[in-house]
Design a protein around this ligand. Sequence first.
Ligand code: ADP
Length: 599
Amino acid sequence: MSHKSEFSVAGTYPYNHKNAIRWVISHLMRYKFFLVATATLFTVAYAAYAQSAVLIGRAAEEILTPSSGTEGALVTIALLVLLVLVTDGVASLFASLSVETLAQRMEVDARHELYISLLGKSQTFHDRQRVGDIMARATDDVKQLNFMVNPGILFMFDLVLGFAVPMVYIALIDLRLLAVPILLVVLYFITASDYSRRLNPVVNRLRTQFGTMNARLEETISGIEVVKASTTESFERQKFRDNARGFRDYFVQQGRIEAGYLPILIYGIAYGLIFLHGIFLYRADEILLGEVIAVIGLFSVMRFPTILSLFALTLIQNGLAGADRILTIIKTETELDENREGISRTIEGDIVFENVDFAYNGTNVLGDINVHIRPGQTVAIIGQTGAGKSTLTRLVNRTYDVSGGRILVDGVDVREWNLATLRSQISSIEQDIFLFSRTIAENIAFGAPGATQEQIEEAARAAQAHDFILSFQEGYQTKIGERGVTLSGGQRQRLALARAFLSNPRVLILDDSTSAIDSATEGEIQRALRRMQEGRTVLMITHRLSQIRWADVIIVLDQGRIVASGAHEDLLRSSPHYRRIFARFDVELPPLEAEEPAA
Ligand code: ADP
């Protein structure tokens, strides 16, 4: 795989990503044994089954031309019929087992491949994707791959062998009798490919529609608070109904196309024709009556695969449509590269922004940013909402890459660092703290999976979280609801801090990290924060005067540009912008430098 990725697993199986068909084949080829086993077992099963028709023809012949040995011959034939049918049953059984194993393995592999590729995609990619649609691809589309193999490909084996084996036996009786079966095969190919051609667009739209429906559902459920607060339930319901109906309509369309599947009709006509042909040859004394019976029996074997092929084609079309949707995601180029060979060492914490520009999809958000932050400094970034504060901090750990200029960490461009090394040493506590639906201990140890219970508790103590954790009945083993709904804002903050303590980063980014906190816990959080700050470089987005004051450097952002930077006292004296921000706090402002003589 040559795709750029932020995360990849070494030595993964080299699947072919050229197109959906090749991708599916490369997945199947991983299990050559099961493919060969299935084909072999199916051949045995069909050969045995077809043989039974031949044997029954022979029995009819024995009855029609009785002799002294007839009775014994009939018993032998009956026993042989039993034997071949048992062989057919056993071989079919193992063939099913083999193909099911193949289907399940392929499903797991494909899901795994998609999952790893999702982990490796950049933030920009995920910003653009609808979660529900991705989920549909990872669950339903992957499932279609499974169905495509079993029973889809299984039915295809049925089709090929169910046609080929009886034709061989028919040929053995009389070559001329192949005329009708060959005509059937030719007409089958023409009608079946026409069927596939018509089915293809409908199936593709069906898959897409499922993704759309799922995405809508996911959004509504995730945003249920907003939906309820704005009483738009009936609107959402209508939307969902439209989507669900769209999905249904494509299914009905599919059914309509399926109803027009001609091979079954053609088979019926061919059945009459081969009967006539057989009778004709019998009347001309070319073949025996028993052989006519055998031929009819053999031709009947072909009926089942003809019917099954209808489902096989639909399942294969569905599988390929799903494969295409999965592959599209896998193939989407990621802007960032994990840079495995990049620099990997402990970060000191010296950060330089050098003429940095940044745009989200062409919209400029930051321009001409120049800052030098020294190891161990605490920098407060202030400015109005939308000024670009969060964006600025996200460039340091390469959540996004700069559009222009560069960012140096310890004198090295962030793009030259090994991405995993860089990110593992930069912790970020976001405004909206995400907790997983796992235990408290697991949430704290999220970035450090090997952590012991002692280490986890130590981190929790440092983050002033230990006490409230113990107040829960199950302590550290308490499970957190999705997104930590059962915890208060302040408790979540402290868990996030504990998580940061444990991962012991060299650079810490705090995004409005105490905004959700009541004054009762603020003191505790402040204490935890100060401990956290020791010996680390800290970038802090905040509106809190107390925090701004203890920063070494303050950066004032306005519409994506730095309008002032420096220490608190200096800025108060030199920057009208800074003073304006402070005017809302009840603090005494020193006179502006420029105004000093007048005052
Ligand atoms: P702040 O943190 O100062 O409130 P942000 O850095 O969050 O500001 O946002 C700066 C600008 O970038 C805003 O105009 C915002 O709408 C835009 N923005 C933020 N995140 C994204 C994103 N993921 N995609 C596109 N635009 C974004």
